[in-house]
Write a protein that binds this ligand. Structure first.
Ligand code: HEC
Ligand code: HEC
Length: 336
């Protein structure tokens, strides 16, 4: 007779609705805690967990292991983390401005943060992808990012006994499939939520959580500087696309590459400003090294005569003191 533990290892405890025993702590492979389903503060937009790929601890654990694993590149050098490091709020720590993929090939945009994607309805700077399940496979198979193929992913993972166990735990018995890789990575990414910054504590009623300068900066952000019109709290993005007048003629056509519409020339998805102290260099091409340079760009109203710039991009007339206060506010948008 099989003992409970052995039956569990064979069938996958979490996958089996047939077992009435309470699920034991799932096998993590790396010894870390289970990435929990995030708690969303009251008043925030609803988290988007797709009905066909709901949260399970087993998928979150598998997704985390895959995210940090350089085995997912042909020569074992590049993982998702290579371009999306937790210490830089899931952006590039190499600060090269541009990302560098497998075999040292450059990629034309900087890696964005991966926090709060559980709220996102469109992905990528030009909004050409709508689900995380679809998105996560693009870097995996892009020749200049991770350079893998479906059969290579499947055969490599099937040779690793830890993955065999994690996949069985997540999906039950059966061969390892790329589809399961995508669902697990997407699940892990949806657990990455930023909602515990000094700003959030202040909003929740802790009056001392922000300095007087940061409070003045918040008022500017929500008023004279117009930042909130695109970087709307609490997510600090409107999830929409704008041309912020970086160049007289856009060097990166942005959303127009996807839609072909002249109105979309140079429009890019508004990034969140959460964890902005950690995500530099800034903009899709990493052209600005610090927050002060970003603010100088907005205060000047963008590049002179920028084609197709948003009507909100006009000279702001902010004083040196006001620019300092705005920067102080942005620095509070940082998770502990
Ligand atoms: C070589 C660097 C590189 C690697 C490796 C990489 N990414 Fe990215 N990632 C990028 C860049 C650059 C973008 C922005 C692309 C664009 O919008 O054109 C991006 C965008 C994304 C986005 C969209 C975020 C948003 O806000 O729209 C997600 C999600 C993502 N990556 C997840 C992953 C996952 C998961 C992996 C591993 C399977 C991975 N990335 C590996 C560079 C990389
Ligand atoms: C018209 C909409 C709009 C307004 C108004 C706006 N932004 Fe932006 N912001 C964007 C878009 C779009 C980007 C992405 C541009 C890119 O990647 O090249 C961006 C990028 C940024 C970035 C860089 C983020 C990163 O991770 O690279 C910072 C910082 C920023 N904005 C701060 C501000 C501040 C502060 C204000 C107010 C002074 C402001 N923005 C006003 C749309 C806007």
């Amino acid at each position: 007779m099989l003992g409970f533990a052995a039956a569990c290892a064979l069938a996958g405890c979490l996958a089996g609705p047939e077992t009435s025993a309470p699920p034991e702590v799932p096998f993590a492979g790396d010894g870390g805690d289970v990435p929990a389903m995030p708690v969303i503060p009251a008043g925030w937009p609803a988290a988007r967990w797709p009905a066909d790929n709901p949260y399970t601890p087993a998928k979150a654990l598998l997704g985390r292991r895959l995210f940090f694993d350089p085995q997912l590149s042909p020569n074992g050098t590049v993982s998702c983390e290579w371009c999306h490091a937790p210490s830089a709020a899931f952006t590039d720590i190499h600060n090269s401005g541009f990302g560098i993929g497998v075999f040292s090939q450059p990629i034309p945009r900087t890696p964005p943060t991966l926090i709060n994607l559980v709220f996102a309805s469109v992905l990528m700077f030009e909004g050409n992808v709508s689900t995380l399940e679809e998105q996560v496979l693009l870097p995996l198979f892009a020749p200049n990012e991770m350079g893998m193929s479906g059969p290579l992913v499947e055969s490599r993972l099937a040779e690793d006994t830890v993955y065999v166990r994690l996949f069985r735990q997540a999906y039950g018995p059966g061969p390892i499939r790329v589809d399961g890789v995508a669902r697990a990575l997407a699940t892990y990414l949806r657990t990455l939520v930023s909602a515990r910054t000094d700003y959030d504590r202040w909003k929740a009623g802790e009056a001392d959580a922000l300095s007087p300068a940061a409070k003045a900066g918040e008022a500017l952000f929500m008023g004279k500087a117009r930042c909130f019109r695109c970087h709307a709290p609490p997510l600090f993005t409107d999830g929409d696309f704008h041309n912020i007048g970086l160049d007289s003629v856009p060097k990166d056509r942005g959303r127009a590459l996807h839609t072909g519409l002249p109105a979309d020339e140079g429009r890019l998805k508004t990034p969140t400003l959460r964890n902005i102290p950690r995500t530099g260099p800034y903009m899709h091409d990493g052209r600005f090294g610090d927050i002060e340079t970003v603010l100088a760009h907005y205060n000047a109203g963008g590049s002179p005569g920028a084609v197709n710039a948003d009507s909100l991009i006009v000279p702001l007339g902010l004083s040196g003191r006001e620019l300092y206060e705005l920067a102080e506010f942005l620095r509070t948008l940082r998770d502990p």
